[in-house]
Structures are given as C-alpha cells and as structure tokens.
Write a protein that binds this ligand. Structure first.
Ligand SMILES: Cc1cc2nc3c(=O)[nH]c(=O)nc-3n(C[C@H](O)[C@H](O)[C@H](O)COP(=O)(O)OP(=O)(O)OC[C@H]3O[C@@H](n4cnc5c(N)ncnc54)[C@H](O)[C@@H]3O)c2cc1C
Length: 282
C-alpha cells in the first residue's frame, strides 16, 4: 500500500526537524525521513558526551574532502550528525547566532533568485526569539517561552574565570550576552540545554509531536534520489532500516534538508545541478 503525504522532509537535522514540526502543526501530513538513529542515548543527552561522539561513533558520519592544495595536500574530515536532530544532537550546544549584518548580507546575496522570501535580520529575528526558551535573558532580542531551552552554564571552572578576567585585563569589554547588540568582548556563552540535558532539535520540535497522526517519522531511512515528473519533484526513493528500497510520494512538495554537503549531492544525484558537472556523469 502506498501511503500518501502532503510533504516529505528529507533529513531530520536542525532545519528538517523545525520544518517538519511547522508543517505538522499546520495540519499537513508530513513524512520525515532521517538516515540516522534515534536521539535517545545518555551520551547524547549529557554535555560532555560530545567527546565520545567526535572520534568515531555510530551517531556521527565523516565526509572526506579531496586533498586540499592550500592544506599541503591534506584530506580534511567534516563531521555530521547521523541521528535525529542531526548536528544538534551531537554538537557542543553553544547558543550563538550570527551578527545582524550577516543576515542582511545573506538577504542581499539571495535576493536575485528568491525575491519573495526575506532572510534579513528583521525577518529572521522573530523566528529566533519564537523558538528560544532562555532561562536568563529577555527583551526584544530573546525569547523565554520557546521550546529550544537555552541556559547559562551550570558550572564554570576556575580556569575559565581566570581566562575571562585576564582578557578583560588586556582591555576587552566583558560581554554578558553574545546574542545581544554586539558580539564583541569576552564572557561566558549560553548553551542549548537545561539542567545538564541537551535541548536538540529532536527534543525541542519533534518529541512533542511523536503521537500526532499527521507526523510519520522514519529513522534509519536514507534517501538516494528524488523522483521528478514533468519537471516537478513528486517523491523520493529511499532504503529503509532493513535495506529494502522504498518509494514515497508527496502531493505538495519535498523539502531537502540533509545538511550543507548532502543536500546538493542528493539534488545532483537526482539530475538537478550545474549542467557541466552532471554531463560528466551522463
Ligand atoms: C561536532 C559538531 C559540533 C558543533 N557545535 C556547534 C555548537 O556548539 N553550536 C552551534 O550552533 N552549532 C554547532 N555545530 C553546527 C550545527 O550542529 C549545524 O550547523 C546544524 O546542525 C546544521 O543543520 P542542518 O539541518 O543544516 O544539517 P544537519 O543537522 O546535519 O541535518 C541533516 C540531517 O540529514 C540527515 N541525512 C543526511 N543524508 C540523508 C539522506 N540521504 N537521507 C535522509 N537523511 C539524511 C542527517 O543524518 C542529518 O540528521 C556543530 C556541528 C558539529 C558536527
């Protein structure tokens, strides 16, 4: 039996979890396909668990670059979460947004081919504050009611205090909020956790919806290509947890949120991308 969906979200990382949650809350039948594992593991929950994750773990995958001329020919490994929540389930949990100028610059760059969608600071700030559940900061740059739990560090080591004091001694200002009006200065940043437990995109956005009939969540399912009919993406082909090949269709659209490296790869494997690069592979 072919199950039908309004939307298919490919990759349940930071972006995919938020997109799927927004769609489900809007009453849309949404299939979320995630290549990695469940986010329920004590080492993922606790902040120091990252040190176990970084050097070889089933929750992490490593992309290898071509030998880099400017790194003396070295090959660089770029890690990516292999788990629901993606990077947010394995990362260092530091809560630091970009500078407002970064978003304005990005808006300028993207304006040409995406005229209806704004990415400037004014447009993205309400999304940041809406998702933020900060335990100290408020005001127009912060939210305190959102599902993503942001907290001050539970413990600050003496060495960290001495470092922050020493840098102030060198003349840099103390900054109590790196998501405030200026990122300049030295201080203690906040983390995406609460009482020592990680607040990933999986916990913040998907976990509250796991019993919602509009959400179909499939883990250990790797999408291999998008299906295109009459110039429109209509579905995906993926291998499920047993390795069997499956096909699912979306009435509305397919959202590719598999990370900065895999999203373009998936598009190119589906025949979408720079014509000269695709032509090399027929
Ligand atoms: C070790 C590490 C430490 C970091 N520390 C911080 C930090 O402290 N603070 C911070 O803000 N950011 C940090 N980051 C960065 C942050 O986690 C990422 O920027 C963010 O997760 C990117 O989100 P994304 O949705 O673009 O991609 P991802 O989070 O990578 O999500 C993509 C998802 O797609 C899945 N996927 C991939 N291919 C397929 C496929 N073919 N089919 C189905 N699913 C697929 C992946 O398994 C993954 O879950 C860190 C990242 C890493 C790896």
């Amino acid at each position: 039996m072919t199950q039908s969906f309004d939307h298919i979200v490919v990759g349940g990382g930071a972006a995919g979890c938020v997109a799927a949650a927004r769609l489900v809350k809007a009453g849309r039948r949404t299939l979320l396909l995630e290549a990695g594992h469940s986010h329920h593991h004590p080492l993922l929950d606790m902040p120091p668990g990252i040190f176990k994750m970084i050097n070889g773990s089933k929750f992490m995958r490593y992309h290898r670059t071509e030998p880099q001329a400017h790194l003396d020919g070295r090959v660089h490994e770029i890690s990516q979460g292999n788990v629901l929540g993606g990077g947010t389930s394995v990362n260092a949990q530091v809560y630091m947004r970009g500078r407002s100028a970064d978003y304005d610059e990005r808006d300028e760059m993207l304006r040409g081919n995406n005229a209806g969608v704004r990415w400037n600071w004014q447009a993205v700030l309400p999304h940041f504050t809406g998702m933020e559940g900060n335990n100290r900061l408020g005001g127009e740059l912060h939210g305190s009611e959102g599902p993503l739990l942001v907290s001050d560090p539970g413990h600050i080591d003496d060495v960290s205090r001495w470092f922050v004091q020493a840098v102030q001694g060198l003349g840099l200002p103390y900054n109590h909020d790196f998501n405030g009006p200026s990122q300049r200065g030295v201080g203690f940043y906040q983390f995406m956790n609460r009482r020592g437990k990680r607040s990933s995109a999986a916990y913040a956005f998907i976990e509250p919806l796991t019993n919602d009939p509009k959400l179909t969540l499939k883990l250990n399912c790797t999408v291999s290509r998008l299906l295109i009919e009459n110039g429109r993406v209509t579905g995906v082909v993926y291998s499920d947890a047993s390795g069997a090949e499956r096909t699912s269709y979306a009435d509305a659209d397919v959202i590719v949120s598999s990370g900065a490296l895999i999203s373009p790869k998936l598009l190119m494997l589906s025949g979408i991308g720079p014509a000269d690069a695709l032509a090399r592979y027929g």
